[in-house]
Write a protein that binds this ligand. Structure first.
Ligand code: 5AD
Ligand code: SF4
Length: 438
């Protein structure tokens, strides 16, 4: 009997990559690969990469370099590069890195088993096509590891072309999956114990899946998902402000399963910079939108993304960003120093001096951290629902997420993953809350 082959996957970047890594593991599982957490045991190492900022992309090359020693020790070791670096720089990876056996772009994952067969015969394989067929129709049906939370990709790609962003090039044009498919996958997930589903898309609220009676928007999809018994929580990410339609805002007010957490990146608070970024909205439009969402769901926790040091950003532009952050009061936010990405419109524009961008990043992060802390501290004394995901770090503890996506740990010797419990928050630390069973 041949021994089962072992697959080690390293996932970089966003949640969609996490989802894709699971799908690729399933596709390769059908080829006899079982997953391992120990890279030294692997017959195949798959790097599912991210190209969003320079640092993320560079890390991939250093990680490939580090695999050289393993390949010398085990010449049968197969090395595969997937994801957005594969899409953007696949040919270059093949040229510069002879130890890489396989390069596959995000829209060609369903061809992975075929490619592996060629690799097993000693070939090197590359596929960075955007094939017309839907890869999800050709991947094995979701097996879903036993877990109470799951991602579900409903939409992929982006047509917005923000001037800094590689996504429209690496993930391609915006495509929505049909609602019937998504509803049946969601039901299958729930049948396997999933109680919290996060709908994924690079531009998820632009969702427009073709149903039997015309195109469905995200709000309609959410309303249908909410009819699935036992599906306690629905979330979605990432949204563009310009695609927050009235019916989606309304859903936040009247669909109890739709959780009070919304990731709504704005990138900058300066209209001049927003224009240069090709965001097609102003700071005022964003603030008005925030008010409308809070009007239907006052306790919603808003999270955001910011870029500092975008080409042309002045002190006054940056102050406008700080102002916007103060007005919105985020529960959570991610801020990044602008990183020029080859092939994007902003890549040739004169950069802001690195020291200036660094100091702006520090100031913004300090403000955001202050808001995050205040938001966590304000939870003390409140009663919240927690969906247990795994045992906590201390004996007898369980940990999970609140409706607002705060990590909460609870002393509960009888708890198990998948339980939904009611707790009172008794303590807030930097990264998590402590709750007591009610
Ligand atoms: N430089 C810095 N940050 C970027 N992002 C996207 N492209 C870049 C870039 N070139 C950030 C945006 C986006 C998040 C996923 O990454 O804030 O919302
Ligand atoms: Fe990139 Fe998001 Fe802009 Fe699309 S909307 S180009 S994914 S930042």
């Amino acid at each position: 009997m041949t021994k089962a082959k072992k697959l080690f996957i390293k996932t970089y970047g966003c949640q969609m990559n996490v989802y894709d890594s699971e799908r690729m593991a399933e596709a390769l599982g059908a080829e006899g690969y079982s997953q391992t957490d120990d890279q030294s045991q692997a017959d195949m190492v798959l790097l599912n990469t991210c190209h969003i900022r320079e640092k993320a992309a560079e890390k991939v090359y250093s990680d490939i370099g580090r695999l050289r020693a393993f390949k010398q020790e085990n010449p049968n070791l197969k090395i595969a590069v997937a994801g957005c670096v594969a899409q953007a720089e696949g040919a270059e990876i093949m040229r510069r890195m002879p130890l890489v056996d396989l390069v596959v772009g995000p829209q060609a994952y369903h061809r992975l088993p075929d490619m592996m067969r060629r690799v097993d015969q000693g070939e090197r394989a590359i596929d960075t096509d955007f094939p017309p067929e839907d890869k999800f129709d050709h991947l094995p049906k979701i097996r879903a590891k036993a877990a109470p939370t799951a991602f579900l990709t409903v939409q992929e790609g982006c047509d917005k072309f923000c001037a800094f962003c590689v996504v429209p090039y690496t993930r391609g044009a915006e495509v929505s999956r049909p609602p019937a498919r998504l509803l049946s996958e969601a039901r299958a997930l729930v049948d396997r114990g999933v109680r919290d589903i996060t709908l994924l898309g690079q531009n998820v609220n632009a969702y427009h899946g073709e149903g039997p009676d015309g195109a469905w928007g995200l709000a309609r999809l959410i309303r249908e998902l909410a009819k699935i018994d036992e599906l306690a929580r629905i979330r979605y990410t990432t949204s563009h402000p310009n695609d927050m339609q009235d019916d989606l805002i309304a859903a936040h007010g009247d669909v109890p399963q739709l959780m009070p957490y919304l990731h709504l990146p704005v990138q900058s608070g300066s209209d001049r910079i927003l224009k240069a970024m090709n965001r097609k909205h102003t700071a005022r439009m964003y603030l008005t939108l925030v008010d409308r969402i809070r009007a239907v769901r006052p306790d919603i926790l808003l999270s955001g993304d910011f870029i500092v040091g975008f080409p042309g950003e002045t002190d006054a532009d940056f102050e406008a960003t700080l102002d916007l952050v103060r007005q919105v009061n985020y529960g959570m936010a991610y801020s990044f120093k602008y990183s020029a990405r080859p092939g994007t419109p902003a890549a040739d524009r004169a950069p802001v001096a690195a020291e200036i961008a660094d100091s702006r990043l520090q100031r913004l992060q300090a403000l955001v951290t202050e808001q995050q802390r205040a938001c966590q501290t304000a939870m003390i004394g409140r009663e919240v629902n927690v969906l247990y995901e795994k045992p906590g770090r201390m004996p007898g503890q369980m940990s999970g997420k609140s409706d607002h996506l705060h990590a909460v740990h609870v002393q509960d010797t009888d708890g198990k993953p998948g339980d939904m419990v009611r707790v009172q928050i008794i303590e807030a630390s930097t990264n998590s809350l402590a709750g007591r069973l009610i």
